[in-house]
Design a protein around this ligand. Structure first.
Ligand code: IVH
Length: 670
């Protein structure tokens, strides 16, 4: 290698490792196996040692770790955010209890709380207003994520209670309910995007997003569990929790005040199984001495308080045998390997399958062999995970080899550089991709075709009635053939054909979303439709032109160019055009997100704390409401910000028009 080549290699490694560090720490979504990452880091460190003159002063070898990101302002915590000591068994807990007793004697209480599995957040309230939300970071300083946190419904922006300290900090855990996680992750899968491993990563990734509007679309929740103030307003932690509830904070009601370590152990035992019935994940129990005076007496170690400890549940695990690995093909052609296991009982359910994520998981992390005995774990996650292989029980020398060809159509699979998943590129002829694409097209969020469901599409495909989206629009010519199908009465055929006909009126952005272009979700489809106005401009746009559109990045732009570079896609679009589908954006048309405000009129006036007037107008119109220019007796609401003109205010009062704040508006949209 010449010196030039060495310098190039080092630069490339720096760039690649920085991207992976960003994926891991900021997006909480690694796209490389740890092992591969470490190998690259090692290679870079070695080269830096040999050629120190070429070493980047900002090299990732100097700064891997931590979760403070460059893109948010770093803020010092007024009270450090400490961590908790962990215990895993009864003895550890009894030892903790003994240590506490030695310092404060025998007369005290414990508060037992659930240990929510999310990311901790510190909220500062001044004069009853939320002024700052900061992540834990390294414990002394974290990222200011206020704008994002303000989108979480359960976190009040303004407190209505009159009797609250002028300044306080409250801490809690932001998390995502499992049902929301499953739904959103499924949507990501359908869009061909990398899936999050668990709700915690999804919540962490969301809080660290740059665009708060995106954050607002991902339902997060937050439990608050501790209060910091300059002087003591309460005598006990329990008292403070009750007050926090009254002030309007989301405080868990699964918290218990107890007076002995035996009762703590009972609480732990109770939740060991009950936790699976919660709608969110917990990974243990937190035990805190109740009295603030006694907490003070106990004090802190360098890292954690001596008055609190956590008990961590061991994820339930069990051994079973890998019977075979099968591969599923998604709508976008993404391949998901699945471990088919000898059925085994785990955390109350029979487990037969576990996800294997991708080739690296099989070949690099687990290094699976055929018929291996594996340890399967079910922590908070719904889908069980293989955590390791029991090498002593290995029976075969043959490693599991990731497939090279699509299990459905035989086409050679591809894997793009930097991506974890393999894809089947045969999107026009691979059966599950075709069926999946048509199912996506008719779906509620796309063309929303009445009278047609996923199963019907499956049947139509098997009978050779539809092979492409465009075939839906010639189904009326096959009415006689349809009548011969089982469970297909005249009424339902008519219904379906009506639904198909009506879908020709669906706006361009819905059609575009329905086409199922990889990475083009609902929002992106809207941006593209209104940014390019029609399919001709969109299909002939260059990479630069696409990237110039709001929210369109390199990855999406490349995917669009790929899509329109395919002759068959263009042919399909021509057919759909000829059937009368909409391929032009209608100026000023707003796609309805809900009809919650239908029939309601609004005037917006003044300056707002969280959203611009334009954004508020968008919220109202996209939920069916109407904006009026002036105040009249017919007006339903005056959305009033700061510095509103006094004459408007007077008029609204005279006409009895209710004044609402931006929070009230968001409340109406919930
Ligand atoms: S109290 C001084 N209470 O667990 C420590 N933490 O391992 C104050 N957590 O960083 C934390 N549920 O992110 C506390 N009910 C709860 C909790 C909880 C989850 C998290 C929190 C903390 C970590 C400590």
């Amino acid at each position: 290698m010449s010196l030039f080549d060495i310098k190039d290699r080092m630069d490339a490694l720096v760039k690649e490792l920085n991207q992976h560090t960003y994926n891991y720490y900021v997006l909480a979504m690694p796209t490389i196996a740890d092992y591969e990452f470490d190998k690259k880091l090692e290679e870079l460190a070695k080269l830096e040692k040999e050629y120190p003159d070429y070493a980047d002063p900002d090299s990732p070898t100097l700064k891997i770790g931590g979760d403070i990101t460059k893109t948010f302002t770093t803020v010092n915590h007024r009270w450090p955010m400490l961590s908790l000591g962990n215990t895993y068994n009864e003895q550890d807990l009894r030892d903790f209890d003994e240590r506490v007793r030695k310092t404060i004697g025998d007369s005290f209480e414990y508060v037992c709380e659930l240990k929510f599995d999310g990311l901790s957040i510190s909220l500062t309230y001044e004069d009853a207003k939320l002024v700052r939300a900061v992540t834990r970071g390294d414990g002394t300083k974290g990222d200011d994520v206020t704008t994002n946190v303000k989108t979480i419904n359960n976190i009040p922006h303004k407190l209505k209670h009159s009797d609250i300290p002028p300044l306080f900090e409250i801490r809690g855990e932001i998390f995502m309910h499992r049902a929301a996680f499953d739904r959103l992750n499924k949507e990501r899968e359908e869009l061909g995007e990398v899936q999050y491993a668990n709700p915690r990563n999804f919540a962490a990734g969301t809080v660290k997003m740059q665009d708060s509007k995106e954050v607002a679309k991902r339902p997060l929740d937050c439990f608050l569990y501790s209060l910091n103030t300059d002087k003591n307003y309460f005598k006990t932690h329990w008292e403070s929790l009750q007050s926090l509830k009254n002030w309007g904070f989301h405080v868990s009601s699964d918290t218990k005040l107890v007076s002995s370590i035996d009762e703590v152990l009972e609480f732990i035992k109770h939740w060991e199984h009950q936790r699976f019935k919660l709608s969110y994940d917990i990974d243990g129990i937190v035990i805190k001495v109740n009295s603030y005076a006694q907490q003070q007496e106990l004090g802190f170690t360098a890292k954690s308080p001596r008055w609190a400890i956590s008990f961590k549940y061991k994820a339930e695990e069990v051994q079973t045998v890998l019977e075979k690995v099968t591969y599923q093909v998604g709508r976008t052609g993404a391949i998901t390997p699945v471990a088919n296991l000898k059925p085994v009982l785990l955390a109350g359910t029979t487990v037969k399958r576990a996800t294997l994520h991708n080739a690296d998981e099989i070949e690099l992390r687990l290094k699976l062999h055929e018929n291996d005995t594996v340890v399967v774990e079910k922590g908070g996650e719904i889908i069980p995970k293989i955590i390791s292989v029991v090498l002593e029980k290995r029976v075969s020398d043959i490693p599991v080899k990731y497939i090279e060809n699509c299990p459905e159509c035989g086409t050679a699979l591809i894997r793009k550089e930097g991506e974890a998943n393999h894809y089947c590129p045969n999107d026009e002829a691979c059966p599950p991709q075709i069926v999946g694409k048509i199912q996506h097209f008719i779906g509620r969020k796309a063309m929303n075709i009445d009278g047609l469901g996923d199963e019907t599409i499956e049947t139509f495909y098997q009978k050779g009635l539809v092979k492409h989206i465009s075939d839906l629009y010639t189904l009326h010519e096959k009415a006689e053939e349809l009548k011969t199908l089982e469970r297909f009465g005249e009424r339902s055929i008519e219904n379906m054909l009506n639904g198909i006909e009506l879908s020709k009126q669906m706006p361009f952005e819905k059609v575009l979303f329905g086409l199922g272009i990889r990475y083009v979700g609902e929002t992106v489809a809207k941006k593209l439709a209104f940014g390019t106005k029609n399919i001709n401009t969109l299909s002939s746009a260059s990479l630069e032109e696409l990237i110039a559109i709001d929210e369109i990045g390199q990855r999406i732009a490349e995917s669009i160019i790929d899509y329109f570079g395919n002759e068959e896609h263009l042919r399909q679009i021509e057919l759909l055009k000829s059937y009368g589908l909409q391929f032009e954006a209608i100026e000023n048309e707003i796609a309805l997100q809900s009809d919650k405000l239908t029939g309601k009129t609004f005037v917006i006036s003044g300056v707002f704390e969280n959203y611009s007037r334009e954004e508020l107008k968008d919220f109202i119109e996209s939920n069916g409401g109407k904006i009026l220019s002036g105040i009249s007796a017919k007006l339903n609401y005056l959305l009033a910000g700061d510095n509103m003109g006094p004459s408007k205010l007077d008029k609204a009062k005279k006409l009895n028009v209710p004044l609402i704040s931006e929070d009230d508006l968001l409340e109406m949209l919930k």
